[in-house]
Ligand binder design. Structure first.
Ligand code: ATP
Length: 280
């Protein structure tokens, strides 16, 4: 994975927390943010929930009874060491893997009953590990692929304008092949492509992987803007600092189980997290 070298123009780094994620900590299970980023949904049914979720690969069980709940407007991180099951969790939510037990529900629908190819139409976008930008296709073509569900051309173009406004660096490179972008720009393109779907839930698999710290700050600044505009975000991260700094709430996954959950302000410096990461 190329290490990104993104210049100063276009994507402005933002080391501060995204709007709606600052302030004093709240009771466990509540996001620390208030106002716009919360989507006004506190107390209502979660947008996404998993209960007793078990999943894996053939006979290999990875998730061993995961419970989580994400309300509309939240920015939630799932963190954990290598092999904890983070990617497996996102793959199970997006239907690539089927639960062997338990349930995963989005807006009241049991996702296990819905074929994987229909899940994006529900409003769930998944930015996979390693970005998976189409290297030969232009930035514009890559973005349009994200809008494959939108038949209305005017709607697609309006969405494209929104994404390019959010990522001016992509605007400057519309005709350039995706494979020639820096690592950071490719991650922005992968996020932009997911946003073309106009998702209600944006899921990202280790977005900071392989990126220089400054670029990670720029990327998370953008995720903060996307969140502030009302999109619910669930991301998994190995980058503990970035995840705890920018998300409002986090789940700690260890050996396929949630061992800790709470507002990120309360999790920072928690010994349990050190144990989950370092096995100490
Ligand atoms: P990382 O941060 O290293 O990506 P992770 O927390 O995302 O880790 P997963 O990728 O979900 O972890 O992997 C959890 C376990 O599932 C690991 O033991 C891994 O070896 C195993 N696993 C992952 N993919 C497969 C597969 N296709 N077939 C069999 N086992 C797999």
């Amino acid at each position: 994975m190329p290490v990104a070298e993104v210049g100063d123009q276009g994507m402005e780094g933002r080391a501060d927390r995204p709007a709606g994620t600052t302030g004093s900590s709240l009771a466990p299970g509540r996001e620390r943010g208030t106002g716009d980023g919360d989507g006004g949904a506190r107390g209502s049914a979660p947008l996404l929930s998993a209960s007793g979720l078990c999943s894996g690969y053939g006979r290999v069980t990875v998730l061993r009874g995961v419970d989580l709940a994400v309300r509309a407007g939240e920015f939630v991180a799932v963190i954990g060491a290598n092999g904890a099951g983070k990617t497996t969790l996102l793959r199970t939510i997006s239907g690539i893997l089927r639960p062997s037990a338990g349930r995963v529900v989005f807006e009241g629908r049991d996702l296990a009953r819905i074929p994987a190819h229909r899940i994006p139409a529900l409003g769930i976008a998944h930015v996979p590990e390693g970005r998976q930008v189409f290297p030969q296709l232009s930035v514009r073509e890559n973005l349009l692929l994200g809008a494959y569900l939108r038949r209305d051309r005017a709607h697609r173009e309006a969405r494209m304008a929104f994404v390019l406004d959010l990522f001016p660096r992509l605007h400057e490179r519309l005709g350039q092949a995706g494979g020639t972008l820096s690592g950071g720009e490719q991650q922005m393109l992968a996020v932009g492509r997911a946003l073309m779907l106009e998702p209600r839930l944006l899921m990202l698999d280790e977005p900071s992987q392989g990126l220089a710290p400054r670029v990670v700050g720029e990327l998370y600044g953008k995720l903060g803007e996307i969140h502030a505009l009302g999109t619910t975000i669930v991301l998994i991260e190995q980058n503990l600092t970035a995840a705890l700094r920018h998300a409002g709430r986090a789940y700690v996954l260890e050996h396929g189980r949630v061992v800790l959950e709470g507002p990120t302000a309360e999790l920072e410096g928690n010994d349990e997290i050190r144990r989950a990461y370092l096995g100490v």
